[in-house]
Ligand binder design. Structure first.
Ligand SMILES: [Cu+2]
Length: 170
């Protein structure tokens, strides 16, 4: 290797090193500029996700001002009827129900509303579309089977699908 070639190689190394340093500092500057944006994005994402989670949770944990009663029986209302179809209770006991309408407003003729009607107990409850609603009443003091039904869809009272039974024991 001649001295000139060696010097040229050395020069090239120096240039390459300088370029490398410049690239590194540029990358560093970019990273510093990006960091606040990433943090801001994460904050926004967290707020949106948090809000979404809160909304989703509120659908399941007694929403729209209703308080879910501990130990309440979840009763799902849909086009398929009541689930469960039989609700058990002791005579004279307070029955705590946690209605849950899984149909949306577009889905049903009656604006998505289902009803829980017990003529014998003079109960008429409207459960709005896609809503949860806590409802309590006192079971009849006489043991027996008491019919309840929904009259806002699927043929209403005339349809066996939309009926259920309150089974009262002594
Ligand atoms: Cu219904």
């Amino acid at each position: 290797m001649t001295t000139r070639a060696a010097r040229r190689a050395h020069l090239r190394e120096q240039v390459e090193e300088q370029q490398g340093q410049r690239q590194r500092s540029e990358a560093e500057a970019k990273r510093r500029a990006t960091l606040p944006r990433v943090v801001a994005f994460l904050l926004v994402a967290a707020v949106i996700l948090g809000g979404g989670t809160y909304l989703a949770a509120s659908v399941f944990i007694g929403q729209r001002g209703t308080t879910a009663v501990a130990g309440a029986v979840p009763v799902r209302l849909s086009m398929a009827g009541f689930d469960p179809k039989v609700i058990n209770a002791k005579a004279g006991q307070t029955v705590n129900l946690d209605f849950w309408n899984t149909d949306n407003a577009m889905h049903l003729d009656g604006g998505g509303v289902h009803t829980f009607i017990m003529d014998s107990q003079h109960i008429y409850v409207k459960i709005p579309a896609e809503a949860r609603l806590a409802y309590s009443f006192t079971a009849p003091t006489t043991p027996g089977d008491y019919d309840f039904y929904c009259n806002t869809c699927c043929g209403g009272k005339a349809s066996p699908t939309m009926h259920g039974t309150l089974h009262v024991t002594a």
